[in-house]
Structure formats: structure tokens, C-alpha cells
Design a protein around this ligand. Sequence first.
Ligand code: P1T
Length: 379
Amino acid sequence: MKFGTKAIHAGVEPDPTTGAIMTPIYQTSTYVQESPGKHKGYEYSRTHNPTRTALQNALAALENGKHGICYASGLAATDAVLKLFRPGDEIIATNDIYGGTYRIMKRIFEPLGLVFHFVDMSDVDNIKKVCTANTKLVWIETPTNPLLRIIDIKAITDLCRKKGIYSAVDNTFASPYLQNPLDMGTDIVMHSVTKYLGGHSDTVMGALIVNDDALAKQLAFIQNATGAVPGPQDCFLVLRGIKTLHIRMQRHCENAMLVAQWLSCHPKVANVYYPGLSSHPGHTLAKQQMRGFGGMLSFELKGDIYGEAVAVMENLKVFSLGESLGGVESLCTHPASMTHASIPKEEREKVGLKDTLIRLSVGIEDVEDLIADLAQAIG
Ligand code: P1T
């Protein structure tokens, strides 16, 4: 089955009692049992809920995986992965990474005894250099947030397989429409479902998709035992959102490419970070491992003057200033004060994230209006 057909049909069966084509919102905490232990597969909604089951199956299908496990947020999904490990275990993570992912690693799991190494993964040798006998996981984010670097999933996954280390890919920026890490041998795919999968800026949710049965069992155990589950109404909204994922992503990609090209020709713009531009250092790799370049881009103005960057963000009218991404509407974010504020300034600057960086989540409006908005804001 091709992607668009899967996005509309996968995981969703007509409701067994009424034939309703849309999976109902099973707004229930518990399920009546005939006799102790004799039930229809559902006992308590932290453990299983039919709306969540439909969504988990749909997400697994979109990532060409066997098992989907949903959590209350993207970070709750990351938390579940990190709970697989024990004090002394070492994890290598991408250095240009969502601020909240850095924070959960450094501020929650490092004090509990996990050891983290943040490295520039554009060179696979940097991973080899910090690998020890205790390394248990390589955590890849690609394209990276917010600098849109591209990391070679296949090369790193192959290295992990050889060394018996788990690999995980945060696939939030690409969405399953553009990139399927499990097909490249990755063990765990993570999504902030909040973003492109939900697609309408109305839900916070996370998901993990895996092929390995034993790993899925462990992650479902953590889901139930620690309880960070999404509610059925949110699952319904995401089931609805993913039915248009392919159409939305096509438009996000087209619009972002045109915005990136326009920005890169603007006399006041210094750098545009978008993997679709042939000048982007990860362009060739992006063409190999992705089916399009996505809707995210970042840029800096010439002169790197903080006040000028702030003025652009204040002047935008069609782009709304705020955190998050991947919704139908265009958003503008200031990573240094918003999404990446939890990373110390020295660390941000080491990876090239300047206080003057402006990040855009290019929505699916008419691109002429988006470009006109940027034109008036940049001046
Ligand atoms: O917000 P939450 O659903 O918990 O997902 C966290 C997360 C994980 N991974 C990536 C790549 C992300 O971008 C995010 C959330 N990011 C934003 C809110 C943002 O504006 O970048």
C-alpha cells in the first residue's frame, strides 16, 4: 500500500458495534468484565484504550514498523526510551538537538547516573571517538532542530548494529512522509506527534515505533507502569490529522523551498539553513535519505544584530511568533529564548546556534502571502 492510502486507512477499522467509519473517542477509564480476568482485551485505559490502539497501529504502519506506542508528549516518549537504561550506561546524542531533549538528558537522567556525550554527528568518526564498552544508545535527531543539519542515519545505524548498541532517530522534523529510519535499520523511531503528525497545533503527544517485539514489550511496560499516556480525545485528533499528512507535507515542502530560495536571494539575509538548497552541506545526503526537504528552515540577518532579528520577529503578521512547529499555520520561533533556552548559551554557541537565529515553520498557506509577510518584516 502506498503512503497516502496508508495515511487514510491504516490502523482504522469500522467500529465493531455500530460500523462507524471513524474510530470513536472511547472516553472511558475502565471496562466491565464478565468475571474476574474475563474481558474483551481492555481492562483500564492507562494500559489500553481502543482509540489509542487505532492510532498506535496507524503510526506503526506509517513508519513501516510493527509496534507503535504513544505517550503524553514527545518528551514523555524520550523519557520512556531513557528509562531502558541504568546508571553507568552511556548515550551518545546529536549536539544540535531540541532544547527539551538536551534538558531531560542533562537535568533528569544525568543526575540519575546515565552518561551523555553530545557530538557533531555530521562526521560519524565523532561517534566512534566517544564510544566505550558502556555505550548503549546513539540518539540521532535529523534534520536537527534548529540548524537543519542532516545526519547519515544508515551509516550510524550500521555502526550501532556492529557494536550491539541501540540506535534511535527523532523523526519529528521529517515526519514519516519524508523519512523512515526503521527501513534504514534504526531500532527506535521517536516522534513529537504534536508537530506534523497532529498537524493542527491542537494536541501535545509523543510516539515510539519499533520492530523488535521484546523492545516493544519493554516500552509498553514503561508506558503503563509510569502512566504518561495520551487521552482518547487527543488520539482521535491525531487520527484525523494524519489522514492529510501526505497532502500537508507536499505543500509544506513546496512552500519552504520557495521561502528558502527567496530568503537566500535577499540582500539583508546572511545564512539560510534549509536542506533543499544545493548550497546546504547536507543537501546530497538529504536527497538520499529523505523524499523531500520538509517545512522547517532557519536564517540569520547580515551583521548579526540582535535588535534587528527581534524587529523582524515582531513585524511578522502572517507568521505567528511562538514555540512549536508542523501545524498548517506558519510559525516563527526565536530558538535562543524559546525552544533552546534550556541549553546554556556557551553550549548553544559551540554548536553554532546564535542568539540572532530565526526559525520558521513554513505552513501551508498561499506562499505569496508568506513571502510578502517576510518582505515587509525584513524591510
Ligand atoms: O513538545 P513535545 O511533544 O514534548 O516534543 C518534544 C520535541 C522532541 N523532538 C523535537 C525535534 C522537537 O522539536 C520537540 C518539540 N519542539 C518544539 C516545541 C519546538 O518548537 O522546537
